[in-house]
Design a protein around this ligand. Sequence first.
Ligand code: FE
Length: 162
Amino acid sequence: MYMIVTVKFFFLMQKPYVIADWRCKERYMGGDKIILTDVEWLERLGPERYEILRKKGTERAFTGNLNFNKEKGRYLCAGCGQELFTSKTKFDSGSGWPSFFKPVNDRVIDEHGDTSYGMVRTEVVCSRCGGHLGHVFSDGPEPTGLRYCINSVSLEFEKGDE
Ligand code: FE
């Protein structure tokens, strides 16, 4: 009897700590970089997300689950949980990929020149984990004139406030 009470007490004590720790880690807003090996990324993300986030793949146009999403909420990096975009800056570009005219701030996204496939483009990656998100183009709407063209697979949508 004493054993059972002790074990139950232990679980009650542990659970809130574990949840708090997980949320704190996954919702961190910049600062600490996440560096994992290829094998660790594959384990963490699964093959589909690994292919796009770590190997710079692209999901087929109009196939992503967030392309037509019009719900209010926040878009987090699927690799590390850093908040990247909100529904306020999402717009329908007709491109077949979720499109935003601005990230939540200029620290969450890093840009790299990309000349693959014979095109000159600007790749955008998550500043925390380096995960490939998509590309940014200069044919977006006001007020920025930018179009962040992002793979649904690279994002996790969290319904709620914008
Ligand atoms: Fe990330």
